[in-house]
Design a protein around this ligand. Structure first.
Ligand code: ATP
Length: 333
């Protein structure tokens, strides 16, 4: 099967992965033109932060917009595409040239440019859910507390040192666990239920399963089930246990700890007394009160044949949703 697209726009972040994005975009342009003979392929590099939003918002009339870069540029392109009316919204394709590449991982896209182009050409459009926090759309993740502090620390370390990958995330994680294991009070409402108080070390709201470069915090999250997966780590949690959970979460093996709450919801409102560390798709998010929703099947995304059906479909076994006894009254699981 070959992708049926007459007009393709490649929005490329030349600064992605410490500048590798520029060469990757040149390679992708040639390969896309070769693979999609008969299609018009236009390339627009971003000039700086948020430019990707404007470029994508101006993409009405294209069949496909391919975002080349990391989670940051995907986040911007999703925000631009979601600003278009649904019937004028091109499908999104992804060529991962980032450091974390969580959304690309969710879609099972290869990080090799040539392979990724091959995957896009063989892909099928799947209508996936898009999250929204305080008006900002998100593809994969929003989180508060420890995990957000780790994700933000990772971005800063990466820019400082040029290092990437799991080792970098582990280093940032262990540093935060040792020096900033802070418990934060919050008030939360799920699916328009009453606001209930709680305390947390981390609070993640996931459209896809991972954050921070492949940390599988909500391993059964699907981007096409019309729901968001919520993961909350509650006190009491010793540093040793928090570290164990952190290490196991890399591969999604942390779901049985009773300190962790897992929910699957459509809407979350969460409030904090003081601004917590917060990230949306790996970028810093500011504020103390957050309304988080999901718009089901709002965006067509090019999904390669390699994608896992439980992640891009509504087939997940739903085994791990559980709420600790103390917070049973907060709402249904
Ligand atoms: N031309 C540009 N120059 C500098 N920064 C840019 C430019 N275009 C976009 N950006 C910004 O670069 C940031 C990072 O982008 P992106 O996510 O694509 O790459 P990355 O950080 O290497 O990958 P990842 O997010 O997976 O770690 C985003 O905040 C984006 O706004």
């Amino acid at each position: 099967m070959t992708l049926d697209a007459r007009r393709v726009l490649l929005i490329a972040n030349p600064a992605a992965q410490n500048g590798r994005g520029a060469d990757a975009a040149a390679e992708a342009e040639v390969l896309l033109r070769e693979a999609l003979r008969g299609a018009a392929v236009e390339v627009r590099p971003t000039a700086g932060p948020r430019h990707g939003v404007d470029l994508a918002a101006g993409a009405a009339g294209f069949d496909v917009v391919v975002a080349l870069g990391g989670d940051g540029i995907i986040h911007e392109v999703v925000n631009g595409l979601m600003a278009l009316p649904a019937d004028a919204r091109p499908a999104l394709g992804v060529i991962p040239v980032g450091s974390g590449n969580d959304y690309a991982g969710t879609l099972s896209m290869s990080c090799d440019v040539a392979r990724a182009v091959g995957q896009l050409v063989a892909a099928r459009p799947v209508a996936v859910d898009v999250g929204r926090v305080n008006g900002e759309w998100f593809a994969e993740t929003v989180s508060f507390g420890l995990d957000a502090a780790i994700a933000l620390d990772t971005v800063e370390r990466r820019r400082r040192t040029g290092r990437t990958g799991t080792a970098l995330y582990l280093a940032a994680g262990l540093d935060q666990l040792m020096h900033h294991l802070d418990c934060r009070p919050y008030r939360v409402s799920f699916d328009d239920g009453p606001l209930q108080p709680g305390e947390m070390f981390l609070f993640a709201v996931q459209n896809g399963p991972t954050y921070g470069g492949g940390f599988s915090v909500a391993p059964e999250a699907s981007v096409a089930d019309g729901r968001l997966d919520v993961v909350i780590a509650h006190p009491p949690l010793s540093r040793a246990k928090a570290t164990l959970i952190f290490m196991l979460a890399k591969d999604g093996r942390h779901t049985r700890f009773r300190e962790l709450e897992f929910r699957r919801v459509r809407r979350v409102r969460v409030e904090f007394d003081e601004e917590p560390p917060a990230q949306v798709d790996g970028e810093r998010l500011r504020g103390t009160a957050f309304d988080i929703t999901v718009t089901p099947h709002a965006l067509h995304v090019l999904v390669p044949p390699q994608a896992r059906a439980e992640v891009v479909g509504d087939l997940s076994p739903r085994g791990y949703v559980h709420v600790p006894e103390a917070s049973d009254a907060e709402g249904d699981a």
